[in-house]
Design a protein around this ligand. Structure first.
Ligand code: FAD
Ligand code: SF4
Length: 501
């Protein structure tokens, strides 16, 4: 038997399962393949391509330095031809691959019709295995994130003392929603100047003639594990001490606030979730950091991230096709070009995404997907857009976050009510409305904020469905107090707005 290892672009960790199985047997050949074929599927953000390809190239160089024999292929076509040639040249009879996080990619590999056997190794980039999550989910009426999170805390013994949560509370979320009423001064994130490998990758991406999205430069992301570890250290030292309070705030010109900027590295395998969680926990004990900040951050990685992956693996492949509200409106053109909208909140967040490929959680949830939900955009078009434009986007994280959390298109498998909000929320949690041509307090008239128009129209259109969810009754009572005349005016304005998309 001759073994070969194929390392995929988001499996860049020396301890990933396929490499681990080789037990430092440097005779085993390794292949990594960069293929333009995948870029044809959707217009990816240019910085995402630079990040993934540069990180792959750096990882290949590190493996070579460690003594491995690495073949690195760059192809404009499918991975199939170079992979088959490599298998033939090295007379490989068993190809070891760590199971991809993204299901469509596993299917793609299965359909390649290779001349050798494929040995699938359990993915070790998450703390919960697929089977473990399935066992946890068995017999539960609702798959609540909070229940899963508590189980994870116990299972991995994180922030626990005598089997009880430290501070006698599992969750400090209520302390983490401060509006940005004062001037905030978050520390600058740690960025990196592109080295020679990244510079070459940037030039290559700039020459791609396929439709792509966003600006290539300035490119400042980490591209190696060493750099990603520095980002983690800098986060723990400078941002974690204040991570909590303004977690939901949005401020013009402050793109990251105290958020960690770690998702691109966790999702590529440059960082491992347990080391990230333990780094935060250690800082809590050693530096006496506020519990609401440390618990709030750990909940994101140990709770939300693992839960989203678990749900994705649990659901059938048709999860991405759910459309609970039957929303069919096409994506407005301004999603691809921030200059084409005068709604300041959307324009700020969209131009930030164009420039960096990044927006923090509340910008994604309460500006971008909230707008898509209340305006009635097609969930599948919205998911496709999110997948294309974000630096950290992959199928496993996209489906649950966009179809489930953001758009409630799964009908509540994941969230207990839709994250729908009017300008009231945006005005409270951001400074965007101050610089906007629309009035966040109006829902009718020329200057009425579209978030208000769409919000009330959404509630009105789906009143019966929302009633059955129970948790929406309070806002529905506000709708009941509105005159028929006003409801009709709002509806007509929503129709007019949609016709402009
Ligand atoms: P922080 O706010 O500092 O959080 C720390 C870490 O927690 C993140 O790095 C991430 O690894 C993890 N995390 C927190 N929430 C989630 C979540 N809901 N799902 C998965 N991981 C989570 N995350 C992605 O990794 N890729 C995406 O493409 C993506 N798209 C999203 C789309 C929508 C509509 C929504 C609502 C959320 C999306 N998220 C996505 C989740 C979350 O917004 C990002 O992980 C986070 O904003 C990344 O920035 P950060 O590293 O600064 O995060
Ligand atoms: Fe956004 Fe409306 Fe506020 Fe303008 S007024 S920034 S459109 S929420």
């Amino acid at each position: 038997m001759t073994v070969g290892i194929w390392i995929l672009g988001d499996q860049l960790w020396s301890q990933q399962a396929a490499l681990q199985s080789a037990d430092s047997d440097f005779e085993i050949p390794i292949i990594l393949i960069e293929s333009l074929e995948f870029v044809r599927v959707r217009p990816d953000h240019r910085q995402k391509l630079v990040l993934v390809w540069s990180a792959m190239r750096h990882f290949a160089a590190e493996l070579r330095e460690a003594g491995w024999s690495v073949t690195y292929i760059i192809t404009e076509k499918s991975v199939e031809v170079p992979l088959k040639k490599w298998i033939k040249d090295h007379q490989i009879t068993q190809l070891r691959v760590m199971i991809p996080n993204d299901r469509p990619f596993q299917e793609f590999i299965q359909n390649l019709n290779l001349s050798c056997q494929i040995d699938w190794l359990e993915n070790n980039h998450f703390l919960w295995k697929k089977i473990e999550f399935k066992q946890w989910s068995k017999g539960r009426k609702r798959l609540l994130m909070e229940d899963f999170y508590r189980e994870s805390r116990k299972r991995f013994n994180i922030l626990m003392e005598d089997k009880q949560p430290i501070g006698n509370r599992w969750n400090f979320d209520s302390e983490n929603r401060k509006p940005p009423k004062v001037k905030l001064n978050p520390p600058h994130p740690l960025w990196f100047e592109p080295d020679e490998i990244t510079q070459t990758t940037i030039e290559q991406v700039n020459q791609i003639s396929l439709p792509l999205y966003g600006k290539t430069e300035p490119f400042r992301w980490a591209v190696t594990r060493q750099q990603a570890l520095k980002v983690l250290q800098s986060f723990i030292a400078e941002r974690l001490p204040n991570f909590g309070a303004y977690q939901d705030a949005m401020v013009t010109g402050e793109q990251t606030l105290w958020h960690a900027l770690l998702s691109p590295y966790l999702n590529l395998g440059l960082l491992n979730p347990l080391e990230v969680i333990q780094a935060a926990e250690t800082a809590y004990y050693q530096q006496n950091l506020p519990l609401n900040c440390v618990e709030g951050f750990i909940r994101q990685v140990l709770g939300w991230r693992e839960y989203m992956q678990g749900i994705y693996q649990l659901m059938d492949a048709d999860y991405s096709q759910h459309n609970y509200f039957n929303h069919t409106q096409s994506l407005p053109k301004f999603f691809w070009d921030a200059e084409k909208t005068d709604m300041n909140c959307l324009s700020q967040v969209l131009s930030q995404v164009e420039n960096t490929g990044y927006a923090h959680h509340i910008q994604r949830l309460m500006i971008l997907s909230n707008f898509a939900l209340i305006a009635g955009l097609s969930p599948q078009e919205v998911e496709n857009w999110f997948h294309a434009v974000f630096i950290d986007a992959y199928d496993w994280v996209m489906q649950t976050n966009v179809i489930g959390m953001g758009l409630f298109a799964d009908g509540g498998i994941l969230a207990s009510k839709p994250y729908a909000a009017s300008a009231n929320y945006v005005n409270k949690m951001s400074d965007y409305c101050k610089g906007c041509v629309y009035n966040p307090r109006s829902r009718t008239g020329e200057k009425a904020c579209p978030f208000n128009i769409f919000y009330w129209d959404f509630l009105d259109r789906h009143r019966e469905t929302l009633k059955s969810l129970g948790r929406m009754n309070l806002v529905l009572r506000h709708l009941d107090k509105m005159s028929e005349n006003e409801r009709q005016m709002i509806h007509q304005q929503a129709v007019n707005w949609r016709s402009r998309f």
